[in-house]
Design a protein around this ligand. Structure first.
Ligand code: XMP
Length: 506
């Protein structure tokens, strides 16, 4: 395995993903928590950083357990830190060095640059530059503006580069990482979905023995893949609970429950729609609605967990980005802290926690799911918010509004599938607006609800853009909705990007 020491760069996760794409397992640790078993790592990569090496509080880790002992690659700040620390000079750059650059010199026969040629585009993002290298350091590449764009240390397998190989715009970045990890550090490329499943199932068997685990299924990708892994390890000692909060898509509860049963999971469906609706009555503030739903879910889940005798573990579908967040250089975020501080935790939250996906990125979760034979349709589903349709019905919630929105959403989503557009969209849904508008049907004047359709493209939900759906499709969908869903007489399409808008309307 490979260690990535994080100095707080926005690109650290991207380095990890690139390494995983090479079928090599890696873990990220903050620079101030070098793991005790560091000697077991086959290679180490130092990330970039928002700091300048000249800042007083800049990271200054002790690398004596690593440098000269394990193959080491410094990226950006990592390169500057080593150069400065061992007697070189790092100074503020005269020219701003952000964005595209091209390698203008590469040392001959240098393994790090094997199969990479002069002219190759690299991506720079730094304010300081290495103006002189320590004695036993050797320049191995330059760009027009950056003399020491890459160096190595004589007699060691220590390398450093000023540019970012992990970003897409460094056209030979993957080659360089492969040269370092495979040719220089001799790391095996044996991290595959199949090998992950095999080793994880073995670990889970060992860890859980005959213990019982309870896990909440949501219909989403993460909880499903986590459940299938646990099922492979402990079979019916895994108790899955799938709660219908009454705010799911049309037919979703029955269909997904059926799918789960088909997959052989020991699952219990709990239809608690009325309980949720009751708690939501009269609430129109978005955060109050979210709270009511969250609390009711906890109550329902706790009741169900109590019915399982001697259960000692809670299974969760936590994935790597959440884990990194909670151990990051910047420290755990406020929200992660707060839920551990709540007094009087429900009983199930006192269980020991097992998280089979805590080392995986989202795309790896899908690949693992696919390798275990989970249906592509299930793995490719759009994200759906936990509070469900409640945050797509603006204002207060009633059973009738839920019914209307379920019908509208169903026509929209089925249409996307029929037109082959579903997989081009990252997330789609319909919003029921709290306004009525005038319409005319036959000879009658109507005064009915307006719905908005929303379809966005995104990679992680942090930023998003609206999707340019074909007019013909929008036309057909709008007609169907107005003709078939009683209570709706107008359809609009949301053309706002995030930021400044958000994906959901509340
Ligand atoms: P926004 O509206 O913030 O949404 O742009 C970003 C992503 O988060 C989802 N979302 C939620 N998911 N509980 C959830 O589980 C929530 O309260 C919630 N609010 C928004 C949203 O669907 C989108 O994928």
């Amino acid at each position: 395995k490979v260690l990535i020491l994080d100095f707080g760069s926005q690109y650290t996760q991207l380095i990890a993903r690139r390494v995983r794409e090479l079928n090599i397992f890696c873990e990220i640790f903050p620079y101030n928590h070098i793991p005790e078993d560091v000697a077991d790592f086959k290679a180490v990569i130092l990330s970039g950083s928002p700091f300048s090496v000249h800042q007083e509080d800049a990271p200054h880790p002790d690398l004596s357990q690593i440098k000269g002992k394990i193959p080491l690659l410094g990226v950006c700040y990592g390169a500057q830190y080593m150069a400065q620390n061992f007697g070189g000079k790092v100074e503020p750059s005269k020219v701003r060095e952000y964005g595209r650059a091209n390698l203008s010199y590469i040392k001959e026969n240098e393994t790090l640059f094997e199969d990479i040629h002069e002219g190759s585009q690299v991506w720079m993002s730094h304010g300081d530059t290495i103006t002189s290298l320590p004695n036993h350091f050797q320049k191995i590449a330059s760009t027009h503006d950056v003399l020491n764009a890459a160096y190595k240390i004589d007699g060691e397998t220590t390398y450093a580069i000023q540019f970012h190989p992990e970003v897409y715009h460094s056209s030979d970045g993957m080659k360089l990482l492969k040269n370092f990890l495979v040719s220089i550090a001799k790391v095996e490329q044996d991290w595959t979905p199949d090998s992950f499943v095999e080793s994880t199932v073995a670990e889970l068997k060992e860890k859980l023995g005959n213990d019982k685990v309870v896990l909440g299924l949501s219909g989403g990708v993460d909880s499903t893949v986590a459940a299938v892994l646990l099922d492979k390890a402990i079979g019916d000692n895994l108790y899955c609970i799938f709660v219908n909060n009454g705010l799911l898509r049309k037919h979703e509860f029955e269909n997904v429950l059926d799918q789960y049963k088909h997959m052989g999971l020991n699952v219990k469906g709990v239809d608690a729609g009325d309980r949720f609706l009751d708690k939501l009555k009269g609430k129109s503030d978005p955060e109050e609605k979210r709270k009511a739903i969250g609390n009711t879910f906890i109550d329902v889940f706790d009741d169900e967990a109590h019915r399982i005798e001697n259960v000692t573990w809670l299974g969760q579908g936590t994935i790597y980005p959440d884990v990194i967040e909670s151990v990051s250089v910047k420290g755990p975020s406020a929200t992660i802290k707060s839920h551990h501080n709540v007094g009087g935790l429900p009983d199930f939250m006192k269980l020991k926690i097992v998280e089979p996906l805590r080392m995986l990125f989202k795309d790896e979760v899908r690949r693992v799911g696919r390798s275990m034979g989970i249906d592509d349709e299930l793995l490719g589903r759009h994200p759906f918010p936990g509070p469900g349709l409640a945050i797509r019905i603006l204002g207060d919630i009633t059973a009738e509004k839920v019914r209307i929105l379920q019908e509208v959403d169903f026509i929209f989503i089925e249409g996307l599938k029929k037109w082959g557009l579903y997989n081009d969209v990252w997330q789609a849904g319909a919003i029921l607006l709290p306004v009525n508008s005038v319409g005319v049907m036959g000879d009658e004047r109507t005064y009915e609800k307006v719905v908005a359709l929303r379809a966005v493209s995104s990679t992680d939900g942090m930023t998003a853009d609206w999707v340019d759906l074909p007019y013909k499709f929008l036309q057909e969908t709008s007609n169907k909705i107005i003709n078939q869903v009683k209570g709706v007489n107008r359809v609009v399409y949301d053309i706002s990007s995030k930021p400044p808008a958000t994906i959901e309307w509340e």
